[in-house]
Design a protein around this ligand. Structure first.
Ligand SMILES: Cc1cc2nc3c(=O)[nH]c(=O)nc-3n(C[C@H](O)[C@H](O)[C@H](O)COP(=O)(O)OP(=O)(O)OC[C@H]3O[C@@H](n4cnc5c(N)ncnc54)[C@H](O)[C@@H]3O)c2cc1C
Length: 578
């Protein structure tokens, strides 16, 4: 060994988990519950990774939480649905899909019963396509709201959510809070609910850097971290994987780097790679993702492909051919924060499907069903001829913004000037003027608005079928007819917000088997090495079936990895498990 090794740096554990995101923390929880001596290593100063900023949904067909709430589902329709979507990955992908569907509810139930990670059914939350086997309700679960105060001083160890999603600069809201906050004067119930949220937030700010009522992905990772603490699993912060130790035909541990130097950790039962993928590695992006510049990634900045790089050094297989464009995407707009920094706002579900908005390319023409999933929207940007839809423009009028908001502009915002001053929002009195300001073809834009206004009357989008899918209508406005996703544009001024392709997760990663066991170039398992979360080539290949496409597999394959390592002493098992 030529590496400088810090004093007292040799240590031996049963399982070494690299990465303190949901995949790594789930693996660590499962391993500890199985009686293993586990160490989690986290590169940054906080746990949570990208998931801390996520919506926190997990796609688990047949989950117990939804069955209890009265929704019927199971692996069979979900298997048909995935089969209709996924054409890549061959037999290996099929085995992984089946394993995923069969294990999902079991893994979640085990986690819930034995840790502080608790879930609730989302209820209605349609799958993202209407293919055979798709469900409208009951497939997604979200973490229960978590009281961050339970973490004490370690609350600050949880990575915060996206700033743009916080109310009053620090208060998290759940999806279910949004209509109640917006309609706070509409009913006594809403008024008291909103009042309670604001009061709790004000109290929090006396002692904490942000609100402690955690929702969505932040609740998920805080619950995982709280569970690790209760189980006594150590997390080594500001320490990163540098290299895997491979000897005698198996991974024996890893070299870790920190301010103290390099330390060598031996792992008797194996190493789990969960470093969140390669989003911030230019090298891997150029190998596995479309050449779209500038790069806008919503992944945690510390996700630089370290797990994949270390595995590649051992000759493992990376699976780009299974994963199309290599990412799971969302359109993003660039925000300008009060402190002078810039942020990214993901246009996931709040604005694109609402009636009175169109997305156009450089020719001023629509190129996509705006109400489709964020992933499909960006795939259409990539597919646009000559990249004419990169960037694209979201076009609406003042009445739309008042009612629904757009991007980081909340509904009801009357003073649009601050957004106009930074260039986030471009406004003009006529479509021609707007076209000139945003440099798109004026005749094309005029025609797109004319057609939109005609479709608003008939309810039929002859070009892209907006409003025809369950997902479209779910995110539309049910009070608007004949089509909840199409409304006229022309009241007040005309506005535009520019959007770029951004990614929320990598889909390409290390090739594994259905137990998250890393495969070498010949397709054989590498002894002692597992990969979960975005380090693993996604079971969904290049499709995005529904809410929770990455967090569901992150937890389920962590479960399967630990089950394979320990033979699942305490874990509920089924025929066919390793
Ligand atoms: C706005 C937004 C909304 C989203 N909503 C959803 C959703 O609702 N459902 C869903 O399924 N997905 C969602 N996602 C995607 C989801 O957050 C990610 O796919 C998920 O977080 C991946 O989990 P992970 O554990 O693999 O990686 P991460 O959560 O990114 O965690 C990786 C961790 O590894 C650490 N790390 C990196 N390198 C090293 C190293 N060398 N050594 C040690 N540690 C290292 C990082 O610091 C980080 O803490 C969303 C993403 C965004 C941005």
């Amino acid at each position: 060994m030529t590496e400088a090794v810090a004093n007292n740096s040799h240590r031996e554990v049963d399982l070494l988990v690299i990465g303190g995101g949901p995949a790594g923390m789930a693996a660590a929880i499962f391993a500890k519950l199985e009686g293993l001596d586990v160490l989690v290593v986290e590169k940054s100063t906080q746990v949570g990774g990208t998931a801390a900023t996520s919506a926190g949904s997990l796609w688990i067909p047949g989950n117990t939480q939804s069955l209890k709430a009265g929704y019927k589902d199971g692996p069979e329709p979900a298997a048909r649905y995935l089969e209709s979507l996924i054409s890549r990955g061959g037999e290996r992908n099929l085995r992984m899909r089946n394993a995923y569907l069969e294990t999902g509810p079991r893994a979640i139930d085990y986690l819930e019963a034995n840790s502080e990670v608790k879930f609730v059914a989302c209820g209605k939350h349609p799958d993202y396509r209407d293919n055979t086997g798709a469900a409208v309700s009951g497939r997604a679960i979200v973490p229960e709201i978590f009281d961050g105060r339970l973490l004490g001083r370690d609350f600050e160890r949880v990575r915060p959510p996206i700033q743009e999603f916080l109310v009053l600069g620090g208060m998290m809201v759940a999806k279910t809070d949004i209509p109640r906050l917006l309609g706070r004067f509409a009913s006594v119930g809403n008024f008291f609910h909103s009042g309670k949220l604001f009061f709790r937030y004000l109290m929090d700010r006396l002692s904490y850097s942000r609100g402690t009522r955690l929702t969505m992905g932040n609740a998920l990772v805080a619950r995982m971290y709280y569970s690790l603490k209760k189980l006594g699993v150590p997390v080594l912060f500001e320490t990163q994987l540098e290299k895997l130790v491979y000897d005698g035909g198996a991974v024996q541990g890893a070299l870790l780097g920190s301010k103290l130097g390099t330390q060598r950790i031996l792992a008797r039962r194996g190493v789990v790679l969960a470093t969140g993928g390669f989003a911030h590695s230019e090298d891997y992006r150029s190998r596995f993702m479309p050449d779209a510049k500038p790069i806008y990634s919503l992944a945690a900045p510390s996700n630089t492909g370290d797990g994949i790089r270390a595995a590649e050094e051992l000759g493992v297989r990376i699976a780009p051919e299974d994963n199309g464009n290599g990412g799971f995407w969302t359109p993003v707009s660039i925000t300008h924060r009060a402190d002078g920094t810039k942020g990214l706002f993901p246009h996931l579900s709040l604005d694109r499907a609402k009636p009175g908005l169109i997305a156009v390319n450089k020719l001023g023409k629509r190129f996509v069903n705006e109400a489709n999933s964020y992933h499909d929207f960006v795939e259409a940007m990539f597919a646009s001829e000559g990249k004419q839809a990169i960037p694209a423009w979201l076009i609406c009028d003042t009445a739309f913004i008042q009612k629904y908001g757009i991007g980081s502009i909340y509904p009801g915002t009357t003073d649009l000037k601050p957004f106009e001053r930074t260039g986030y929002l471009i406004s003009a009195s006529t479509p021609e003027q707007l076209a000139k300001l945003i440099n798109v073809d004026a005749a094309g834009l005029l025609e797109s608005i004319r057609l939109n206004n005609e479709y608003a009357k008939t309810g039929v989008d002859k070009d892209f079928g907006k409003g025809t899918t369950e997902l479209n209508r779910f995110n539309g406005d049910p009070a608007v007819g004949p089509n909840p996703c199409i409304g006229p544009i022309g009241e007040g001024k005309y506005h535009a917000v520019v959007v770029w392709p951004g990614e929320i997760a990598c889909s390409t990663g290390i090739s594994t088997d259905e137990d998250a066991h890393v495969l070498n170039g010949k397709g054989e398992p590498v002894q002692g090495l597992y990969a979960c979360g975005n380090d693993m080539s996604s079971v969904m290949a290049d499709s995005y079936p529904g809410p929770g496409t990455t967090l569901g597999p992150a937890v389920v394959f962590a479960y399967r990895a630990i089950q394979a390592i320990t033979r699942g002493k305490n874990m509920p098992r089924q025929a066919g498990d390793a």
